[in-house]
Write a protein that binds this ligand. Structure first.
Ligand code: ADP
Ligand code: MG
Length: 646
């Protein structure tokens, strides 16, 4: 017989009756530890001991079973209470049960006591267990609820017939619903644009995704969603099949990945630009050499032939075509960020005034040009040629967008941008601070969303073949990025376009511009010049041009060759004009070797292309004289004279 230890509280005024009950229980195998009480106070105290069971006489003079039951209820004690009595009728006993007594036993039938107690204890055990299970469930529900409520991902429950059953707070926020009621009245179809980025109908594709999730248990995919206000965004969706209240349901976890998508697109664009930039840079090097020769020889020919020579016009055309080609290579280099830049601290307003006339000619008479310079404009540090290129490219695009005429407005202003601005405009990775804003607006055709997505991609153009190169905006983008700025575009079809370029303020004073073009009256001279250039045609052209102005010229094909030439030459060398990148020995190295032999010798580097030998991160090392390819004979001799005279 198993022994059950029982901690018993007996409410009984008759000690003999209590004895009897204990004996009976012991007979039934209980090991009883007991306390007998017959007053309210004693009962209350004994309750605090947490007995396993209460056995209460129905009628105790000072405090009977009913009073005990009342207290027991008030105190919300969860201990089985068994009434035992010799005097009560079966009706009263049943009444007791209704009031919450666990069971009853008649004193004249004590043999029932054992089984009744056993059952009561058993029931209590089951009850406690289920209470505990309930508690655990409540806790886990609470845990889930917290996760659900505080999740940053939208979590929604969808029935298989595609009805929303729930949406967490993040879900309401993501889709722009005021409350859950508004959300559950929506259909999944209302939360997607008609088509997905791959061209599939959203309704059809979502059905497919749901089927897969239902079949496999879960499914993860990318999606394009739509908020209640119509705004679209990229997302990832995890669909998980679950069972809720016996029904198969889907839980969808949606994450807004617009931010990552943007970064990804930026990265892709940057990679594309980098690749094309490399290609362009490589071509430009050779191309600039050839252009220098073409334009140079054309210029030399023009100097040699008479004013009325019949060939004059043709040669003039060659030179002009060369210039146009040169502006194209400049464009390519700017875009590839291989252009050598010489940043200056400048006031964009002043620069605007300088180029206003030229801009007017560029856009033609049908378009009204309005400049609105901002007051007390902060300074920026940028190569003036580059910012000119930015303005020109934007102006040309504006002109092209207004074939029937219109208005082109160029504005500048100071802009103190804080984080909020970047958040609101969806611009990533820029620092808050002082910027100078340059806005170019037109009243032209404007652009739709699709076009806007691609405008900064190299070679993207909507213009007919021969008219657009698709390099204008990538160039602008390249320049602005190179100068740690950013661009913001606003455009709508038929509403015109505004490009805003932001460049960081510099807190230095405008360069005391050593007047770059100290006017050279007579560029001729008789000094000795050493030319080091591996391209024969170019070397010959430079030689011819310099000789034409009276200079003595020595020739070398590369650095090594230059050392030989100098060994054989006795006398001074006043100036060395050298290419930077050459086989065998480059320009920088040759200068290093020759400079000690001719301490007075000046040096001009020629290049069309950034190279770390003379530039650092695309910026010319200070103190170096530099002649950008392609150049004309005049440009060459002016530079030569200037450097010699310094
Ligand atoms: P391109 O001018 O050679 O086409 P861009 O890179 O300068 O190349 O411009 C790319 C495209 O962006 C243009 O073809 C045009 O569709 C669009 N675009 C640029 N600026 C404007 C503008 N101001 N108004 C309307 N569309 C523009
Ligand atoms: Mg353009």
């Amino acid at each position: 017989m198993e022994m059950i230890t029982l901690h018993l509280l007996i409410l009984e005024d008759n000690p003999d009756d209590a004895e009897l009950a204990i004996k009976e229980l012991e007979r039934k195998g209980f090991k009883v530890k007991w306390t007998r009480v017959d007053t309210k106070e004693a009962f209350r105290e004994a309750l605090a001991e947490k007995p396993d069971l209460i056995l209460a006489d129905y009628f105790v003079p000072s405090f009977d079973a009913m009073a005990a039951l009342q207290m027991y209820r008030q105190l919300k004690v969860e201990i089985p209470l068994i009434v035992y009595s010799g005097v009560i009728s079966e009706e009263i006993a049943v009444e007791c049960m209704k009031l919450g007594v666990t069971d009853y036993v008649f004193k004249d039938n004590l043999s029932h006591l054992g089984p009744v107690v056993k059952r009561a204890l058993e029931e209590m055990k089951i009850y406690r267990k289920s209470r505990q299970a309930e508690e655990t469930l409540r806790e886990s529900e609470e845990k889930y609820r917290t996760l659900y409520d505080s999740s940053r991902d939208a979590i929604m429950i969808i029935s298989p017939d595609k009805v929303f059953l729930n949406g967490n707070p993040a879900c309401l926020k993501m889709f722009g619903c005021r409350n859950e009621d508004e959300f559950i009245f929506l259909t999944p179809a209302a939360l997607s644009p008609e088509y997905q980025p791959d061209g599939a109908l959203s309704v059809e594709k979502s059905q497919k995704m749901i089927s897969i999730a239902m079949e496999q248990g879960s499914h993860f995919f990318e999606w394009k969603h739509k908020r209640v206000n119509g705004e679209e965004f990229y997302s990832t969706v995890l669909l998980a099949r679950m069972k809720l209240y016996g029904q198969k349901i889907l839980q969808a976890t949606v994450r807004d990945i617009t931010k990552y998508k943007k970064l990804e697109a930026q990265l892709r664009l940057a990679q594309k630009m980098e690749a094309i930039g490399k290609l362009a840079g490589g071509i430009a090097h050779d191309f600039n050499n050839m252009l220098t020769v073409i334009m140079g020889n054309a210029s030399l020919a023009l100097m040699e032939i008479g004013k009325d020579d019949t060939l004059r016009q043709e040669i003039e055309e060659i030179r002009k075509a060369g210039e146009r080609a040169a502006s194209l290579t400049r464009q390519l280099l700017a875009f590839s960020r291989k252009q050598i830049v010489q940043p200056k601290i400048l006031d964009i307003n002043k620069l605007l005034t300088d180029i206003e006339k030229m801009l007017g000619r560029l856009i033609g008479e049908d378009i009204e040009l309005l400049t609105v310079p901002g007051p007390a404009l902060w300074k920026v540090e940028i190569d003036p040629g580059q910012i000119e290129q930015v303005i020109m490219n934007l102006a040309i695009n504006a002109r092209d967008a207004m074939p029937q005429g219109g208005k082109l407005t160029i504005e500048t202003d100071n802009a103190d941008l804080n984080e909020n601005y970047f958040l609101e405009h969806g611009i990533e990775g820029e620092k808050s601070g002082h910027y100078v804003m340059l806005a170019v607006s037109d009243t032209g055709s404007g652009m739709d969303k699709k076009t806007l997505e691609h405008i900064f991609e190299p070679f993207f153009t909507t213009k007919e073949v021969g008219r657009g190169t698709g390099l204008g905006l990538p160039t602008v983008y390249g320049i602005v990025k190179q100068n740690n700025g950013f661009i913001w575009v606003y455009s709508e079809p038929g509403q015109g376009t505004t490009f805003k370029v932001y460049l960081s303020e510099v807190k230095k004073d405008t360069d005391l511009e050593k007047k770059e073009q100290t006017h050279v009256d007579d560029p001729g001279g008789s000094e000795t010049v050493l030319i080091v250039e591996d391209n024969d045609l170019l070397r010959n052209f430079v030689q011819k041009a310099l000789q034409g102005y009276g200079y003595s010229v020595l020739n070398a094909e590369n650095g090594e060759d230059a050392l030989m030439v100098c060994k054989e030459h006795d006398g001074q060398i006043d100036l060395m004009i050298t290419d930077v990148v050459m086989p065998k020995m480059g320009g920088r190295e040759a200068v290093k070797r020759l400079q000690p032999l001719y301490p007075q010798m000046k040096v001009i580097y020629m290049s069309g292309y950034t190279d770390n030998a003379i530039v650092h991160h695309g910026v010319l090392k200070s103190g170096l004289n530099f002649l950008e390819k392609p150049f004309t004979p005049k440009g060459l001799v002016r530079k030569v004279r200037k450097v010699l005279d310094e």
